[in-house]
Design a protein around this ligand. Structure first.
Ligand SMILES: [Zn+2]
Length: 370
């Protein structure tokens, strides 16, 4: 879901990413803006995109600050020209909280409309020659006017119940109170895609509407995928995907022995076990580095002692949250303090595919039995 966006720094502890549809906007402005293609024309086109960009950032910060104020962690924001997709920290089971969701959703349009009102008043008072009510509204040749109308449209458009707009989020929150989360999102996405089609159709009349329809479509798919992905993460348990046949090392093993062992297995990360206690983890990479740096020594001196463990019934989602950004390649899985398996990033995709296959077979079996 991140592949179509590029990182653009951090604000208030939130990762900001720019979706590549902004490039589409740039090309669109280039081809549709009337006037010359000279350097100053190009600079104005760029400035127009920058204005839309800044308006979207302010809009999203509205969501982020209200979300953080209500105790919801925001992980990242993907900026699209029609608003953003705010990736909240998933709190495990998504809890329907209609009023909180409405507050967070409405903060963005409120910010946009307040900015529009303030800038509109300023333009009318100090720069009336911008002619606020003249056409075209969003136009590279008149940037103050574009700023005003850009924010008006951003605010008003996001009030439509066309998921993933903010109005669409309120609609989803309403559905979530009545049905299961993934189904509610799917339903809201369907309504949103209906709006997207409508906008694309209206594009015959105004090309900006077609562009908005296109961005809506992209945004809806972006969210749909991340929600389905999350629900899969929550439905899979560690014991479903863990490796039960794995090698361990002892803290008293020498690094050369460890390397020798590592050569004969596909594993990249090893639990270090003393008796029945797990005391650390070490990776192939770390063994090689320790050997290079200090020559032969003991696993004990090179292993990582601080690590996270998961219970066998933990969900994969919770394990991912524990790993966070620690850059660990392996999660040991325990059952009453006893090490029963490991989940490595490397084996995960592999076991997920096999798991999907076993589940499918089981369903077929059940249908045959019925
Ligand atoms: Zn918004």
């Amino acid at each position: 879901m991140r592949s179509w966006s590029i990182p653009a720094g951090r604000l208030f502890g939130v990762d900001i990413r720019i979706h590549l549809t902004f490039v589409a906007l740039l090309i669109f402005v280039w081809f549709t803006q009337p006037g010359d293609m000279s350097t100053s024309g190009a600079a104005r086109g760029l400035a127009l995109v920058a204005i839309i960009f800044a308006s979207v950032v302010l809009h999203e910060l509205g969501h982020t600050l209200v979300a953080q104020g209500s105790g919801v962690n925001v992980r990242s924001i993907i900026l699209l020209p029609v608003g953003g997709v705010t990736m909240m920290e998933d709190t495990g089971q998504p809890i329907a909280n209609l009023w909180r969701d409405i507050r967070i959703a409405m903060a963005g349009p409120l910010v946009s409309l307040v900015i529009a009102a303030v800038s509109g008043v300023c333009i009318l008072l100090f720069y009336p020659q911008a002619r606020l009510w003249a056409h075209p509204f969003v136009y590279a040749g008149n940037l103050p006017r574009a700023f005003f109308w850009g924010n008006v449209f951003l605010g008003a458009f996001n009030l439509l119940p066309a998921y993933p707009t903010d109005g669409g989020r309120v609609l989803r929150a309403y559905f979530v109170e009545r049905m299961e989360y993934v189904r509610a999102t799917r339903l809201a996405v369907t309504v949103g895609q209906g709006f997207a089609m409508l906008f694309i159709f209206l594009g015959v009349w105004n090309p900006w509407l077609m562009l908005i329809g296109f961005f809506l479509f992209v945004g809806a798919q972006l969210e749909d995928r991340s929600i389905v992905f999350q629900s899969v993460l929550e439905s899979v348990r560690m014991e479903d995907v863990m490796l039960t046949g794995f090698s361990t090392l002892s803290p008293a093993d020498t690094l050369e022995d460890a390397l020798h062992k590592a050569v004969h297995t596909l594993q990249d990360d090893f639990p270090v076990v003393r008796g029945t206690d797990m005391v650390g983890v070490i990776s192939k990479q770390r063994i090689v580095e320790a050997l290079r740096r200090g020559g032969n020594g003991y696993v004990q001196s090179a292993m990582v002692r601080v690590f996270e463990i998961a219970q066998r019934t933990d969900s994969l989602g919770s394990a991912f949250r524990k790993l966070g950004g620690r850059g660990l390649g392996m999660i040991p899985v325990v059952d009453h303090e006893r090490l029963v398996g490991i989940v490595t990033m490397q084996n995960l995709m592999h076991s997920m595919a096999l798991l999907a296959e076993t589940r499918r077979l089981r369903r077929q079996q059940e249908r045959a039995d019925a």
